[in-house]
Design a binder for this molecule. Sequence first.
Ligand code: GLA
Length: 373
Amino acid sequence: MSGGAAEGGAGGARAYEAVFGAAPAVRESAPGRVNLLGEHTDYNDGFVMPTAIPQRTTVALGPSPDGRHHLYAADLDERATLSAGGAADEPAPPGFARYLLGCIRLFEREGFAVPPLCVHVSSRVPMGAGLSSSAALEVAALRALRSLTGAALSDERIAELGQRAEIEFAGVNCGIMDQMASSLADARHLLFLDTRTLARRLLPLPAGAEILVIDSGVARTLASSGYNERRAECEEAARRLGARALRDVPDPAAAAALPEPLSRRARHVITENRRVLEAAEGLSAGAFGERMNASHASLRDDYEVSVPALDALVALLQATPGVFGARLTGAGFGGACVALVASGQAAAIGESVCREYDTAGQRGRVLVPERGA
Ligand code: GLA
């Protein structure tokens, strides 16, 4: 059996029962995430501070009628077929199926047998917005496999397997933040995570503040976005500084010894780690917001992962009364911005900022808080 062709289909999103003709055996879900502080620090063994968003991805599983895995992504109305127990070097199929193939293969690599399955995916996590729709899919799929088989896998291990699926099967040399957030964060707290040790604490949001997330309308693709290139630059910077990772370089002045662009890349990571550690001490909303603004400037100027539309949206947010701070969130190169705003004002601020925002025909869209929630 080959790695499975994705077939589009007519008919729109359909429920598990309608696609596979019976009820699923298990159904599990996992949220997307938005990162408040600590961008491009996780693959440098550094510190991050994401939270879960209300939107979730759901994966339902049931037995397959034949020896193959049958996959259906309801939102895309796409199907794929995979061999069950296939060769470890089975080529990755296109689209959503590659993430599921990765989860199934890694689950098997942990020593758990996976029977031939029907797999149904539905998601309300926006795709391509930097809110970790792929991590939500991986964690939901791994949770469903755990429920189905009774495998003894911790939430932390699920996050690690999800990350491996992303690296090995989607080709993105990502850190652990997204999968840890999807597996261990909730939407009421900030997850302060040391990505080297996986030590973590759930922290309250700064008093008097809530989260606003606006999609810039500029789509991004991680793999083609220079993400892997940034990571390689950081590793080279650490090597030249004689450090195991940039997390071990506490003083931004040390970066000055490096050639460009390594010097600016390292400065971003070192100052960003410092901002997260300061925020973890418990800051006022105003002081937290200042760190977010500084983070955006650093991502724009030193790390060079912003784009004009994100800068425009962030500037609009930062100029709006009631906004404590704003920045791009996720890998950058497009996607969403996150802002910390006065409690009770996120929906109204989001709407007014979106009205003002119109860059090169792009349209902003408020993703958090969810409309009508
Ligand atoms: C993506 C990756 C994460 C992290 C962020 C940037 O979301 O998957 O591991 O590196 O980019 O902070």
